[in-house]
Design a protein around this ligand. Structure first.
Ligand code: PLP
Length: 378
């Protein structure tokens, strides 16, 4: 198949998730989880089993975890659903300028609806400062949203510090964290994070596409975006995708016991890339200090990202230029981190999985060096 290094865009479905999906879709297991007969109850059990596994891994109660179609939907429910209830008197929302488009686009929509949306940018060192965020929070603020790991360069945001500062001064402010690129990759405890809501996605962690979850702290009131049969306790109406949820649960069950081991493996791969390419003056590593090693952003000076992407593709190596969702559009996020146009135009994102090896990284390094020779100096 080649060498797949685009795991921040999506991952291969792991065997455990695949088997759970097939199991949940086979034989008599076609019931509607809302049906009261035994075929429906079987389906409901599959969902509740997955909910228990994911809730336990995250550190919340099962009643606090809601299944959705993915992180985009979870982020929309968090921002819009919370604003509809808590944004009646207070009108200010704080977020960062480096969020995924499912947050930034929703925030633009909230801005159009009359909310005051403040986006805090990284400081000159490329760090989001907790103090800068806290400075923006005031008596008119009801919501703060901040991602855990940036999807373009792997920057780990100071969520815990920021939310704890906010909660001390403004305990009524609701905090939301898009943890899509951190969940099952870096160890974190929900109770330490200080988030009232957390977004998760299945297909970034070896489950299938089309499934995700939203943690909503007990007691929080959220207005649904979709109305209907009141599935997911009314937060997300619509018949649940039993097989995809089963796969999500199985993937988390598989991953949860060795997060640290896989993190060390990804750190090793990152160090290996740096060792192989670090001496090359045309190759710049756009790696922040606080970094999740699964995502490595580099610029090959003088080579446009798309050209390099297709050069590597021809050699059977799959990477991404910036964020997959932006479909090759120039990365506004990297600009926020202070990168100049030259670096942004030539930036690629390498994102590893536990299946990648040092020998694959060697092939990537060889291909990048040959791209540099053949394309820049040609
Ligand atoms: N949030 C982050 C940080 C992401 O990286 C992504 C996907 O790239 C999403 C949200 C959206 O996830 P989904 O594809 O499950 O809607």
């Amino acid at each position: 198949m080649g060498i797949y290094l685009d795991n921040a865009a999506t991952t291969k479905v792991c065997d455990e998730a695949y088997n759970a999906i097939i199991n949940a879709i086979s034989g008599d297991r076609y019931g509607n989880p809302s049906s009261l007969h035994k075929i429906g109850i079987e389906a409901e059990k599959i969902i509740e089993n997955a909910r228990k596994v994911i809730a336990t891994a995250l550190g919340c109660d099962v009643q606090e975890l809601y299944f959705t179609s993915g992180a985009t939907e979870s982020n929309n429910i968090a921002v819009q659903g919370c604003s509809a209830v808590y944004g009646k008197r207070k009108k200010k929302i704080i977020t960062t300028s480096i969020e995924h488009s499912s947050i930034t686009e929703t925030m633009s929509f909230m801005g159009d609806k009359g909310f005051e949306v403040v986006k805090v940018s990284p400081d000159i060192n490329g760090n989001i400062s907790s103090a800068d965020i806290l400075n923006e929070v005031d008596e008119n603020t009801f919501f703060v949203s901040m991602m855990l790991v940036n999807n373009e360069n792997g920057y780990i945001l100071p969520v815990k510090e920021t939310f704890s500062l906010i909660k001390k001064r403004f305990p009524e402010v609701i905090t939301h964290c898009d943890a899509v690129q951190g969940f099952m990759k870096i160890p974190f405890k929900l109770k330490n994070l200080g988030a009232d809501m957390v977004t998760l996605s299945g297909h970034k962690i070896y489950a299938a596409k089309g499934t995700g979850a939203l943690y909503i702290k007990k007691g929080l009131r959220i207005q649904p975006l979709i109305f209907g049969g009141k599935q997911e306790r009314g937060i997300r109406s619509g018949t649940e995708s039993v097989p995809l949820i089963a796969g999500f649960g199985a993937a988390v069950d598989y991953l949860n016991s060795n997060i640290q081991e896989r993190l060390s493996h990804s750190e090793q791969l990152k160090n290996h890339i740096v060792k192989q390419l670090g001496g090359n003056k045309n190759i710049i590593f756009n790696i922040p200090e606080e970094h999740c090693p699964y995502i490595i952003n580099i610029s090959v000076l003088g080579l446009r990202s798309e050209i390099l992407l297709h050069y590597l593709e021809n050699k059977g190596i799959y990477i991404s230029s910036g964020s997959a969702c932006s479909k090759g559009a120039k990365s506004g996020i990297l600009k926020e981190f202070g990168l100049n146009d030259k670096l942004i135009d030539s930036a690629i994102r390498i994102s590893t999985s536990y299946e990648n090896t040092e020998s694959e990284i060697n092939k990537l390094a060889e291909a990048l060096i040959s791209a540099e020779k053949n394309l820049i100096h040609a």
